[in-house]
Design a binder for this molecule. Structure first.
Ligand code: SF4
Ligand code: SF4
Length: 359
């Protein structure tokens, strides 16, 4: 073998630097903004210390856009915003223009194409939601379908700014909850431990991987028909579904036993009050496609009560903290039960504290 030192040229194959995607006015004034204002729903005006101004027009999209729809949006960007657009984490599309005269014609064109303009300020924002059937291997429902059903019922709240404060919604298609913290989160909740398909398991499962996935150490090795397999301690199992992600033979998804739960009061920001985690307020709601009426009804009740009773600037969790849980359940008409009391007593001894494999 030759001892000659090998050299090669690194080919840069990662994403372009994000600055290239910024509108030139944003690039020029990056980090030097004097103020932002919301002149009307769906429109933001940003004024820089240099005196430059730029407007954002925000519109909701269905998230799963066809190529034709994306081309339509790009045509609007070419026409009104110098070819620049961006998608937000909540699947809104935003166009930035330094020409204020472009704002109204852009809104008219977006609305005529069926993209509602809104989602700014004190409104119900578009729903942040999870991959569902398109990209994930373990969903128990079609998150995008649930979102479409919910957004149809809160369409006017997206386009107006009539809520006490912004309302962030999320939807997740399993209990792992990629949708994340939100003022109102709709999350799949399995109500039965996984049934193990032992024939399937011996062919597909890396056993330690499935064991290590369980947060409460409920999965144990066993032998079935002379072959290594797994068993679930149902008294310990919290029906989280994490093992199904590691092993498809841990069959937990079920049309009857995979339900929906609604959680409220999550907040990531530290504006006015500390960030907060969510609390369960409804569960055992059926996974009922194509319109999930039971889920949308619960979300509607919470929003109606919050809109009527929240004080200006109060997020949903802050409103509940002020009025108390008793009044929350009275005003929303939801039923309280003892499954909703979150007590993590004994968590230190029962929750898996490491990735240690217990074979
Ligand atoms: S919430 Fe669960 S099923 Fe949905 S995308 Fe995330 S991990 Fe997959
Ligand atoms: S990973 Fe979750 S669903 Fe699977 S056995 Fe453990 S607690 Fe139950």
């Amino acid at each position: 073998m030759s001892s000659q030192e090998r050299t090669w040229k690194t080919i840069e194959s990662g994403p372009h630097t994000y600055e290239e995607a910024l509108h030139p006015v944003v690039r020029k004034n990056y980090g030097k903004w004097k103020y932002h204002e919301i002149p009307k729903p769906g429109v933001l005006k940003h004024v820089a210390e240099s005196g430059d101004a730029i407007w954002t027009v925000r519109a909701g999209t269905p998230r799963q856009d066809t190529v034709d729809k994306v081309r339509l949006l790009c045509d609007i960007a070419d026409k009104y915003s110098d070819g620049y657009l961006r998608f937000t984490v909540r699947n809104n599309v935003e166009f930035l223009t330094p020409n204020g005269e472009n704002v109204e014609p852009m809104i008219a064109e977006l609305e005529s194409l069926g993209f509602p303009v809104g989602g700014t300020g004190m409104c119900v924002s578009a729903v942040s939601h999870t991959q569902g059937w398109l990209h994930c291997d373990i969903p128990a429902t079609d998150a995008s379908g649930v979102v479409k059903s919910m957004m149809d019922t809160v369409y006017n709240e997206f386009k107006d700014m009539q809520m006490p404060n912004k309302v962030r919604l999320s939807t997740s298609c399993c209990s792992i909850n990629c949708g994340g913290q939100a003022d109102i989160a709709v999350v799949v909740k399995h109500t039965r431990p996984p049934r193990i398909n032992h024939d399937h398991l011996v062919k597909t499962c890396e056993l330690p991987k499935a064991v290590a996935r369980c947060p409460v150490a409920a999965i144990r090795p066993t032998v079935v028909d002379g072959k290594k397999s797994l068993m679930v301690d149902e008294a310990k199992c919290i029906c989280c579904g994490a093992c199904f992600g590691a092993c498809p033979a841990m069959e937990i998804n079920h049309p009857e036993h995979s339900k929906f739960a609604v959680w409220v009061g999550g907040k990531n920001s530290n504006a006015r009050s500390k960030p907060s985690t969510m609390s369960l307020v409804a569960h055992n709601l059926p996974n009922n496609p194509p319109r999930w009426p039971e889920v949308t009804e619960v979300v509607g009740r919470i929003l109606t009560a919050y809109k009527a009773g929240g004080r200006p600037w109060e997020r949903i969790g802050e409103w509940i903290n002020r009025i108390g849980w008793k009044r929350f359940f009275e005003e929303t008409g939801l039923q309280f039960d003892d499954n909703m009391i979150d007590s993590y007593r004994h968590a230190r001894t029962t929750f898996n504290q490491s990735a240690h494999i217990r074979f």
